[in-house]
Design a protein around this ligand. Structure first.
Ligand code: ATP
Ligand code: MG
Length: 827
């Protein structure tokens, strides 16, 4: 073991070695990014076990993310000849779950207790509010949810909460009601996991003694981001003999907004009588220029514990700075550059794209998707899979196809409109019995549930009516408002991000219209409501498996099953939306008033509404494009979720005032310091090559923003940077005319927000357009190569724009562009 342990320790520098081999006492390692903190922590576990000072069951190690925990287990597995799976290594929540699975009875939980995610939690809170007959305007469910979480994070149960007035008295009652309901249903939320374990340990002396004896070593990574409850929790597990080994970096504290307390480091030093704080000053991750940039930036912060970071790796490449005219151009540049890096031998998994907020990923995802480059998004859902976006898409789908049961179930009670699971079960029974869709079966139900259902159906019908003849953008904006989604998400702070994503959806639609060549001005053509058939709007839509009957009160947790692979034609490309025409037949009158436009399918001439085409696009993008497990893929994530990770090449994008630093934080010094720490985390993820990028204009939150580059550029050492686009002094030649115009209109610092569209890539030329000398007339019988024989119902437009509505019987009624469709008169 001696030889083995020395090989473990071989590659450590003296400070690291000292840290790894500290005697079993509480210790604090305070060190900058990339100095080997995580490596030291992992090596210490291996060393303790290998030298016989610790048996594998006697260690608990806490990491911040599941990804980090997995990585630690992998590294340990490589160092140790023993199975590592049984070791207590994981996130706080993961470890609590494990603990409660073992002690469910003592904790007063059913054996199979379930964990609520945040949307489940919200719907649970709503049910309580409703059951108590409280006003949702006054007791906003989201706010109640935070209130409860905040109380739990302070270790307070309902009786412990201070009651100041009537409002707070009722809040506490909701909290108590929520607790009772969770208990009844056998579910726990995230904060409950922590608190339940904490209390059990606090109140059960023999259990506490058992664990305090058992865990001889507790090691905590990213200690700077622990909150109060987590710290108290750790203290419960730490007995008099336990050696707690905490590693952290005050400069990387980025969760203050969620209650993390850097102060825990000082408290730990004091309360655990840490004799010696070890500092690690050599960075092993990054080359000199990258590190210089990080050091210089963070030196601007006033509140620091103070430590240095140096490297012996040499300067390496300069940090590349790139400026784009638009966010689309930025995305295109990123895709090209990343492909080039990959061609030159960098694995895709070693290329990371970091951004400040989730909404920024859409444009990037779209560019990667179009280029067919595999990518993976961490710590957050891909754009079209986010709950709020799915809700919005479901309403849009119902406009297109009211018989889409999956969409129906998803939003029938979201936002909540008093339609419970019992009602939905009855509805599903009725639909099954008659073989009709849910939408068609609503009339079969009576009573209050039936009325509420009717109201929902009327609402969807009204939306369909109201959006007739509107552009795609207008349709989406209308539906977001009319569905109640905007109001729903407006009520809370966390909803802001969701609202931003909904606004992103509008942008996505705009971009789609431009890119697909629908033409911005394409306005829908109203279709005769009383026509004999319907527009084949659902053509090409991905089909979803019908969900099971697990409808819940809220409706929001019903996830449509993933699109079955193989249903789309050519999922890799998305050019002309594939369509199956006939298969998508919708019953009479159902989707009568759909928007039509002038872009026909290249092959058949059939015109698909922009909405239908956009929905197809959304299904495809949400489908199986995401890199398969194990596939080499570019890594996309927010800076927050990049903590602790490292990559050869890192792109930090959207470095613009208001975005990064974020506008919410830029005005107060504390907030700005946290933004700077976030930027420090971002920069220090890079090993070899770092790109910093910003765009003059960006479509965000439904508006074009004319940007000023981030102040962080002024805080970086010029000598470490290289501008790969011409550097602009002031607002010189390199800035687009739109930008300069906006600047001269606007005022000083910060983003100038415009209302116009940003310059978008030139639209693809419309599919052909010979002047049709068709000589057709209404009522005439015609033949189409794909749809067979049909009768012309309507003729509209002239020249390139001429179109016909044709009833193809079995294939339904279709709008065709006569410039493309080959219609031969019959007889
Ligand atoms: P962060 O603050 O970002 O979490 P960290 O301090 O935890 O960083 P590690 O991730 O442990 O740093 O180490 C950074 C990189 O440096 C890793 O690739 C690690 O393997 C390497 N490294 C650390 N110490 C040494 C060493 N003594 N010799 C060679 N490489 C090392
Ligand atoms: Mg680390």
């Amino acid at each position: 073991p001696q030889a083995a342990s020395s090989s473990l320790l071989q590659n450590l520098n003296p400070e690291q070695l000292a840290a790894v081999t500290l005697p079993p006492k509480p210790a604090l390692i305070l060190a900058g990014a990339g100095s080997g903190k995580t490596r030291v922590l992992t090596t210490r576990i291996a060393w303790l076990i290998q030298t016989g000072q610790l048996y594998p069951g006697g260690v608990m190690a806490v990491t911040f993310t599941n990804k980090a925990a997995k990585e630690m287990l992998t590294r340990l597995g490589a160092m140790l000849p023993i199975p590592v799976r049984g070791m207590w290594i994981g996130t706080f929540h993961g470890l609590c779950n494990r603990f409660l699975r073992a002690h469910w009875k003592l904790a007063g939980l059913p054996q199979g207790f379930q964990i609520l995610d945040s949307s489940d939690q919200l719907s649970a809170v709503k049910r309580v509010i409703k059951a108590m007959n409280l006003d949702e305007e006054r007791y906003v469910p989201k706010q109640v949810t935070w209130f409860i979480a905040a109380q739990k994070e302070e270790g307070r149960r309902p009786p412990d909460v201070e009651v100041r007035d009537e409002q707070s008295r009722l809040m506490v009652q909701v909290y108590a009601g929520y607790e009772a309901q969770c208990q009844r249903e056998g579910v726990v939320d995230f904060a409950e996991l922590m608190l339940r374990v904490y209390e059990l340990m606090r109140d059960n002396a023999s259990l506490r003694e058992h664990y305090q004896r058992r865990f001889r070593h507790i090691l905590v990574d990213e200690f700077q981001d622990t909150n109060r409850l987590q710290y108290a929790w750790l203290k419960m597990f730490a007995g008099p003999e336990t050696a707690v080994f905490a590693v952290g970096d005050d400069d990387q504290s980025i969760y203050a907004f969620r209650g993390a307390q850097v102060g825990n480091m000082a408290a730990f030093e004091r309360e655990f009588h840490v004799e010696q704080v070890i500092k690690l000053e050599r960075n092993y991750r990054s080359f000199g220029n990258i590190l210089d940039a990080a050091n210089e930036l963070i030196s601007r912060n006033q509140k620091r514990l103070g430590k240095n970071l140096r490297t012996e790796a040499g300067p390496g490449e300069p940090v590349r700075v790139h400026e784009s005219p638009t966010d689309y151009a930025e995305a295109q540049w990123f895709v090209d550059e990343a492909r080039q890096l990959h061609r030159e031998g960098t694995p895709r998994s070693d290329i990371a794209l970091l951004y400040r907020s989730n909404a920024q990923s859409r444009v990037m995802e779209s560019a990667l998707f179009n280029a067919g480059v595999p990518y993976k998004v961490y710590g957050g859902l891909r754009f079209f899979e986010r709950a709020e976006v799915k809700h919005a898409l479901s309403y849009l789908r119902l406009i297109e196809n009211p018989n889409d049961d999956t969409s129906f179930l998803r939003v029938v009670n979201f936002p909540a409109r008093g339609i419970g699971s019992r009602t939905l079960e009855q509805l599903q029974d009725a639909a099954r019995a008659s073989g009709r869709s849910l939408y068609q079966s609503v009339g079969a139900l009576s009573g209050k549930g039936g009325n509420n259902l009717q109201a929902f159906v009327a609402k969807v019908d009204a939306m369909r009516e109201a959006t007739r003849g509107l552009t795609l953008r207008e349709i989406i904006v209308h539906v977001l408002e009319a569905s109640g989604l905007v109001d729903f998400y407006k009520t809370d702070k966390e909803g802001r991000e969701r609202l931003e994503n909904l606004e992103e959806l509008v942008n996505a639609a705009e971009a789609f219209v431009t890119q697909e060549g629908f033409g911005k001005d394409a306005v829908a053509l109203p279709i005769d409501e009383h026509g004999p058939g319907v527009f084949g709007g659902t053509a090409g839509r991905a089909e979803f498996n019908t969900p099971g009957a697990e409808a819940v009160e809220d409706g929001s947790s019903i996830e449509p099953a993933r699109a079955r692979p193989g249903l789309f034609d050519g999922a890799g490309g998305r050019s002309a939306p594939a369509h199956q025409g006939a298969g998508a037949a919708v019953p009479d009158g159902a989707a009568a008033a759909l928007a039509a436009t002038v872009t026909p399918d290249a092959e058949t001439g059939e015109i698909m509404s922009p909405l239908a085409a956009f929905l197809t696009h959304a299904s495809l993008e949400a489908g199986d494009n995401q890199a398969q497990a194990g596939q080499d893929a570019i890594q996309l994530m927010t800076v927050h979720s990049a903590k602790g990770l490292e990559f050869d090449c890192v792109f930090i994008t959207g470095l613009e005032e208001g975005l990064f630093p974020h506008e919410n934080s830029a005005s107060d010094p504390e907030g700005l310091e946290e933004e700077r720490r976030l930027m420090y985390v971002a920069i220090t993820r890079a090993r070899k090559r770092l790109y910093l990028s910003f765009s003059q204009t960006r479509m965000l939150h439904g508006q074009t923003r004319y940007n000023v580059k981030s102040r962080f550029f002024d805080e970086l050492p010029e000598s470490a940077l290289r501008w790969i686009t011409p550097k602009n002094q002031g607002f010189g030649s390199g800035y687009s005319r739109e930008y300069q115009a906006a600047w001269s209109r606007g005022s000083g610092l910060g983003s100038i927000v415009g209302t116009g569209r940003e310059p978008a890539p030139p639209p693809k030329p419309l599919v052909s357009a010979k002047p049709p000398a068709h000589g057709l007339r209404s009522g005439q019988s015609v033949f189409h190569t794909k749809f067979g024989e049909g009768v012309i119902l309507t003729l509209e437009g002239a020249g390139d724009d001429a179109r016909a509505q044709v009833n193809f019987g079995r294939h339904g009624t279709k709008w065709l562009a006569l410039g493309v469709a080959k219609l031969t008169p019959v007889e």
